[in-house]
Write a protein that binds this ligand. Structure first.
Ligand code: XIL
Length: 566
């Protein structure tokens, strides 16, 4: 169960000058003699030269199955945190029944690639199995001690595993203790106990307390500061404080972050940015990308300016795998690579802040030409164009769209690595305009292509409607996977979107989904088509899937699947 996030209350600030700069670079094409592209220095080399780590939260399935994911993970980062694999529900799903495959996979990867591992997380109110939550005080304390001793003990002699989040998210937003099952059963003493058990299990590991919304100076971070001070005064082994830093461009950057890190450092602890991501309200635009890049710069600078800040972990690295869209409706694109593993301006920002030198390339690609449309349906159109050229190389294209045959403004609807793009999710019988521009690796952007105007078809009548059929693919004591949920267009005309609703039994929580966007309200879950699978011709079908965790021993599964258009 993910905790509900309280948004930053800071006034959103407009980084107008940055946005303006982006615009100018789109128009001005300085003609300089081509300079050879210098090989880009990876982030880990730059960070190490500054005495810091730069890490990522690892998801086990792409780490095992996707070469592109692995390549970036090992090339760019020198630190790893398991996004989920070391959490209690993953390592000890039932009492004294241990599962190490995911945790070991990540530790092995780190060892093979000379990366340090931060263990996350030992004592948390979330993603902890029901069997722990229901224990009485004595049994709960024993279970906690046993869990910490076993998990920390397993890796205590592995030099790659250097630190642990011992307790996570123990405060509420006002600076009181969160009334979690830990606190309610054991009182605040569980925090000191957890640190002492962890120290006993590994005397050398750095032991951390970790939380969110503590990046700036506020009631919550001050409560954390007071707790760390008092625990250390009692010789409780707290070595380190983690600032999650799940930030969002619309809530402003916590401008006193450096000052806040500094006051914790003065307590004698190490500080670190543990779960950095900076989400935007989708869709991406160049202006939002620029603001996000500025926030990444600010975060790296805050750590660089504080000697006791040992490094930064980004919560993932590619927008293809990020918890943000599943957790914050209509928000996403929070990471430094896009979903096609292309470096975003945020990557360049981190690179530059760590002292990376620009390639020296200031020459933009030529504008794409011959932009044309084909395959127009009620909800989609295919675009293709003639490639741009560049003194170094074209790294990709941005596709822009405006409503109607004239007027309105162009906003970016996607990126392409090749010279074609399929634009989906359009409304039937509606006119749109498209333009494309090219980018290079140094961030230079070409002038826009010619404009193509497209009117989608009307879809041929009102015989819409769809059906949804769900299959339980696999289940285990504490969860299950439903895959596929087959969505079929049962009507006689094309549809350009669909919505499937279903009911989750009490206590069940969605832990992941694919090929649809899920939002949960009470026990009702609404699954909307992803950008790529909303268009279904008459009789056509597609599928999505999701994973659920449930209380141990509960054998029910999600039910009542109903499909509607759009
Ligand atoms: C998140 C993961 O990213 C998701 O995959 C999972 O479903 C829920 O947890 N604070 C934390 C992290 O300490 O463990 C959380 O990770 C994000 C918030």
């Amino acid at each position: 169960m993910t905790p509900s996030r309280v948004r930053f209350r800071a006034t959103p600030r407009r980084l107008a000058s940055l946005a303006a700069l982006t615009l100018v670079s789109a128009l001005a094409v300085p003609v300089l003699s081509p300079s050879p592209a210098t090989a880009a220095t990876p982030l880990r080399t730059l960070a190490a030269a500054k005495g810091k780590f730069i890490g990522f939260a690892a998801a086990t399935s792409p780490l095992a199955g996707e070469a592109a994911y692995r390549t970036i993970a090992q090339t760019e980062f020198n630190q790893v945190t398991a996004e989920n694999a070391m959490k209690w529900e993953s390592t000890e799903p039932s009492d004294n029944n241990w599962t190490w495959s995911g945790a070991d996979q990540i530790v092995d990867f780190a060892v093979a690639n000379n990366q340090q591992v931060h263990g996350h997380t030992l004592v948390w109110h979330s993603q902890t199995p029901g069997w722990v939550q229901g224990l009485g005080a004595t049994a709960m304390r024993t279970a906690m001690q046993d869990h910490i001793a076993t998990v920390v003990g397993r890796y205590a002699s592995n030099p790659a595993v250097v630190s642990w989040d011992v307790v996570n998210e123990v405060f509420d937003e006002n600076g009181g203790f969160r009334t979690s099952f830990w606190y309610n059963t054991l009182g605040q003493g569980f925090i000191a106990d957890a640190f002492r058990y962890a120290r006993a299990a590994d005397p050398n590991a750095k032991l951390c307390i970790n939380d969110y919304n503590v990046e700036g100076i506020n009631a919550k971070s001050t409560a954390m500061y007071n707790l760390v001070q008092s625990l250390r005064a009692q010789n409780v082994p707290v070595d380190c404080v983690g600032f999650q830093s799940h930030l969002a461009t619309q809530y402003g950057f916590p401008s006193d972050m450096r000052q806040n890190l500094q006051r914790f450092a003065a307590l004698g602890v190490e500080v670190r940015i543990t779960e950095l991501d900076i989400r935007i309200q989708t869709p991406r635009t160049s202006a939002k990308d620029a603001t996000q890049a500025q926030y990444y710069t600010n975060a790296v600078n805050a750590c660089l300016e504080v000697t006791a800040c040992t490094g930064i972990t980004i919560w993932g690295f590619t927008d293809k795998y990020s918890w943000v869209p599943d957790t914050f409706p209509s928000e996403g694109a929070a990471l430094i690579y896009d979903e096609n593993y292309q470096a975003k301006p945020a990557y360049t920002a981190v690179h530059t802040a760590f002292g990376g030198s620009p390639t020296g390339d200031t020459q933009a690609p030529t504008a794409p030409s011959g932009l044309a449309s084909s395959g127009v349906t009620a909800g989609s159109v295919n675009l293709s164009w003639t490639a741009s050229t560049d003194n170094v190389a074209v790294s990709g294209y941005d596709i822009l769209r405006a409503p109607g045959a004239s007027g309105g403004s162009f906003t970016q609807v996607g990126t392409a690595a090749t010279t074609s793009f399929s634009s989906t999710g359009l409304s039937a019988g509606t006119t749109y305009r498209y333009q494309v521009r090219a980018r290079d690796a140094a961030g230079n952007v070409s002038a826009v292509s010619n404009t193509v105007t497209v009117t989608t078809t009307t879809g041929g009548g009102t015989g819409g409607g769809c059906t949804a059929a769900a299959t339980v693919q696999t289940q285990w004591q504490t969860g299950y996977v439903i895959e596929p949920v087959r969505v079929t267009n049962s009507g006689t005309s094309a549809i350009s979107g669909w919505t499937v609703t279903f009911t989750l039994p009490a206590g069940h929580t969605i832990t992941g989904s694919w090929n649809a966007t899920l939002t949960t309200s009470g026990q009702t879950v609404t699954a909307r088509n992803a950008a790529h699978n909303g268009n279904l011709g008459a009789g056509g079908s597609t599928a999505f899937g999701f994973q659920v965790s449930r209380p141990s021993g509960n054998t029910s599964t999600a039910s009542g699947f109903t499909c509607a258009t759009p």
